[in-house]
Design a protein around this ligand. Sequence first.
Ligand code: PLP
Length: 455
Amino acid sequence: KTQEPTLAEKLKTSYELHQEAAKVIPGGVTANIKYFTPHPIVMEEGHGSRLYDADGNEYIDYLMCYGALMTGHGHPEVFAAVTEQMYSKGTTIFGTPHRLETLMAKKLVSLYRGIEQVRFCNSGMEATMLATRLAAAYTGKKKLAKFEGHYHGGYDQVLLSVNPAEALAGESEEPLTVPESTGVSDYCVENTIILPFNNYPAAEKILRKHAAELSAVIMEPIQGGFIPAEQQFMEKLRRLTEELDILLIFDEVKTGFRVALGGAQEIYGVTPDLTTLGKVLGGGFPVGALGGKREIMEHCSPGASKDILTAGDDNGNKREAFFHSGTYNGHPTTLAAGLATIKLLETHDNMMQVFQKTAYLKQELEKLYYSYGVPMQAMGEGSIFNIVITDKNITNLREMNCSNTALRKKIDYELLDLGIYSKPLNRYSVSTAHSEADIENTLRAHEQALQRVMK
Ligand code: PLP
């Protein structure tokens, strides 16, 4: 009887391509998060819900480019919009204002309760960078507060306490500011305050203490798309930040168009001062957007900046103008893809169907794991969820880190072998392209994975 090939044997070409890449690209990856041991899998094609790797293996894709693909790979209508934009207008980019910018801005204003005006940029990271600088400019205060465990992109001011080693993180009620990379500037460490998530009394104490210096609180309303802020926590935080003249920034790069068309702010019924978007908004192309209250956003306007320059502030001090720019901002191809994607999500009950499929998958996975004696919570909102192996209630990163990630990892590697793609330990993102058959196949694969690891 011939033996089934091992995962390593099935990934021979991936391994070789990775070795070749690593000679000219550090670690063979263009983003650290794309790496996993023994080597990442090199993909060649993506169609609908499927990915095909360099060895010809087929996977049902739940990474969906870290959530960016809400209509799957290469949706024909998104493709058509992109090619139509390029062919009919004869250019890829103008470097001037164009109609799609206003169309997309109006769309975001209509969908997001916290957005009255919008600026576009090229990544989620750029959007949060613009948000924090604008908050500092608007309030005249220089410190920022962020929550422990929340990710807002890979730059100094927010690459702090995202997943700090326990020994460095300090008390849970008063977390320390821990840089997540060497080279992060001391200025950012000193000027960023870390708050405990879902612990209102502790967060309130810290915010009151630093209020005079704090420009903004930035947060993922649903951390990683799967640990929600408690409703009461959110409402109290909104009231407190208003009272203390601290702006509230919702980073909806992950949750935007994935937990509801209008993001987490639609679910909570809470209006932030500023909102950052990215991922799904670009329909598979690089994008970011910052939206918010008109009064704050107007500071980005060259006209408003000029007034500030000439008029000065209340004390007659001349201030620097606020600056925001970017060669590729409002890229027409990206906006055409994004508008086509949103149109698809607004059509019929497409969004609801994704949510229903996700809810079914979560419920059946929980039952399945339970039947193997594994306490598991499929935690998440809308189209995103995570597989968290624990019977404890999870409300923040510290609790999450106590779950059984070792077992989860073993299952994830078996799933790769069984044709389910998610980077080990990553969240699942479901799309309109995932069929009922995909969901059933995914459940069968999990059952096989559990059989293998639990034996
Ligand atoms: N903010 C959140 C909540 C994110 O999830 C991410 C990316 O995963 C970012 C910001 C950064 O976005 P980008 O990777 O487009 O720079």
